[in-house]
Write a new protein. Structure first.
Length: 168
């Protein structure tokens, strides 16, 4: 069981607004204690097992109280949606419901793609370009380490999927 002064000290340290010495001065309000001895006393107090345990407990309580999980998020949005609907703010209510749907995975953004994706026109490549491409593919397949720089196509060989093959 902690004294009131110890509990105050723990609360001040756990809040992180004061350092150990400042928290000790605030909690104990020492009058006759020499300033040079306050810091060592604060350090000894903080390192006692029951004080350290209480500080950690208070920090954990603060962290869990301020953390948001999906249930809290959805619950808060539901309350806001209902309040907005009752106040006649239907667009705000619908927006809150939309966010609930996204949080629950019920609403997913869809992206429409157009055009071709990496389609090469191999029939229009010259024999030299095909050989360069084959060497490049082989080098990629035999590269030793993942994350190692991939070999580039030999200079002078550029394959453009949207036009005729070009040599530099």
């Amino acid at each position: 069981m902690l004294t009131a002064k110890q509990e105050t000290f723990c609360s001040l340290v756990a809040a992180g607004q004061l350092n150990n010495t400042e928290a000790y001065i605030e909690a104990y309000k020492p009058v006759s204690t020499k300033p040079a001895s306050i810091t060592p006393r604060a350090g000894r107090l903080l390192h006692s097992s029951h004080i350290m345990a209480r500080v950690q407990e208070l920090k954990a309580d603060t962290a869990s109280a301020s953390s948001w999980d999906r249930a809290r998020f959805v619950g808060t949005l539901w309350q806001r949606s209902q309040a907005a609907s009752q106040a006649g703010q239907h667009s705000a209510s619908i927006r809150a419901l939309e966010l609930i749907g996204r949080a629950c995975g019920l609403l997913v953004d869809r992206v429409e793609h157009s055009g071709s994706v990496g389609v090469e026109h191999y029939t229009r490549l010259s024999m030299e370009q095909l050989e360069a491409l084959a060497r490049h593919s082989e080098a990629l397949a035999t590269s030793a380490e993942p994350g190692q720089a991939q070999p580039a196509l030999p200079s002078g060989h550029i394959i453009d999927a949207s036009a005729e093959p070009v040599s530099l």
